[in-house]
Design a protein around this ligand. Structure first.
Ligand SMILES: C[S@@+](CC[C@H](N)C(=O)[O-])C[C@H]1O[C@@H](n2cnc3c(N)ncnc32)[C@H](O)[C@@H]1O
Length: 379
């Protein structure tokens, strides 16, 4: 799935080597800003190390947990077909199912503005909070109904629960009618209409099946855990011998503004939403000091102090130059000097500007990124 700031490509471009070096004598590996879980997955799947993945957002913990908490594959046949069949049956029992399916079958570019209006009217009358919130916006009503049914049919007591929810999160992210995040949906009466149509026609069931199948196969070498938490609180749990991977936000726009739909899926509930972005009120979305320019430096200083006090190692990735939250890789390396032995690796990377408006939508910039390894002074 697309995730702003994902380190998936950097794992092949230098980060993988740095991790390999530091994992030799590592007892536990903490991925404290796990996001899409790419680094937690990489370490857990390839090294005999216990991985603990955390993030402010619940969907991020779910994505990580779907792979790292198991040390064996899951059988696809044992649960996916039954789960998906019960979700489809649930969707088909919905009083609006026929109207939603009819609209889905007739979606066409020349009729899209009218159909989108109808999609919103139909969704607004649904008894499902999820369909009311996002149907006719980020998803067609039929897609929203299916996503909600799949989530509802995921049994929280089953061993496969996290894999099922993660598969729905991944599918929802791939099918969303927006440029990879959920800050603004594509509009039907603009040049974005073909993208809206293409997104609304994506097959939710096929996407979920593919994700569930891939996730079933994957597992950790050693069982780990993942849960939602603030990195600065998690840092209090570190001990000598631990490695903490830090990939904090580099934007002054909170992640929770961009990924609220995924959060609703992971939580299994949707609060009140409003406007065309369909996001909840700011006080209902996780807020991060790392995305507040006046607080970001104090937050990283506190985090580094706690890691140093534990005599643990840290690996940080951050753009070299100053970003919109007023942090920079250069400044972080400077701040760390008093507490750690600092080793810097430069890599070239492309990153999303996060929060580009319509004009800059999906804007990506080349950036020189630093991988900073911080070794404790007393070993
Ligand atoms: C740059 S992204 C991490 C990307 C991740 N490494 C990946 O490969 O997908 C930053 C993440 O930090 C999370 N975050 C922001 N503030 C946080 C905090 N105080 N504690 C923990 N996580 C936080 C955001 O939710 C976001 O997922």
């Amino acid at each position: 799935m697309k995730y702003m700031g994902s380190k998936r490509s950097m794992l092949l471009g230098g980060l993988g080597d740095v991790l390999e070096r530091e994992l030799v004598d590592c007892d536990r590996f903490f991925d404290m800003f796990t996001g899409s879980g790419s680094v937690a997955h990489h370490v857990a799947e390839n090294y005999p190390v216990k991985v603990i993945a955390t993030d402010l957002q619940q969907y991020a913990a779910t994505l990580a947990r779907a792979v790292i908490k198991r040390d064996k594959p899951l059988s696809f046949e044992e649960w996916v077909p039954t789960w998906i069949a019960s979700a489809i049956a649930r969707a088909e029992r919905d009083p609006n199912a026929i109207a939603f399916a009819n609209l889905q079958n007739r979606l066409a570019l020349d009729k899209l503005p009218k159909q989108a209006e109808r999609a919103r009217q139909l969704s607004a009358a649904s008894s499902s909070d999820f369909v009311r919130a996002y149907g006719g916006w980020y998803y067609s009503p039929w897609q929203a109904l299916l996503l909600n049914s799949l989530r509802e049919e995921a049994n929280p007591d089953a061993a496969w629960f996290d894999v099922a929810v993660a598969a729905v999160v991944q599918a929802a992210s791939r099918c969303v009618a927006a440029p990879g995040h959920t800050a603004q949906p594509f509009k039907p009466d603009t040049r974005a209409a073909p993208f809206l149509l293409e997104a609304w026609q994506r097959d939710i069931v096929a996407q979920v099946t593919v994700s569930a199948s891939a996730l079933c196969e994957r597992h950790a070498v050693k069982k780990g855990s993942a849960y939602p938490a603030d990195a600065n609180a998690v840092a209090r749990k570190l001990k000598k011998g631990d490695v903490a991977f830090l990939d904090p936000p580099y934007s002054s726009v909170h992640y929770s503004r961009f990924y609220h739909v995924l959060e609703s899926i992971a939580r299994g509930s949707v609060g009140d939403v409003s406007g065309t972005g369909r996001y909840p009120e700011p006080h209902l979305r996780p807020s991060s000091d790392y995305s507040i320019p006046t607080r970001s430096e104090a937050a990283i200083v506190e985090l580094l102090d706690r890691i140093a006090a534990a005599n643990a190692t840290a690996i940080i990735t951050f753009p070299l130059a100053e970003t919109s939250n007023r942090l920079s890789g250069a400044r972080i390396a400077e701040l760390a000097k008093s507490n750690f032995r600092v080793v810097k690796t430069h890599v070239l990377s492309r990153f999303s500007t996060l929060g580009g408006d319509h004009k800059h939508r999906g804007a990506r910039q080349d950036s020189e990124e630093l991988i900073i390894t911080l070794k404790p002074l007393q070993i």
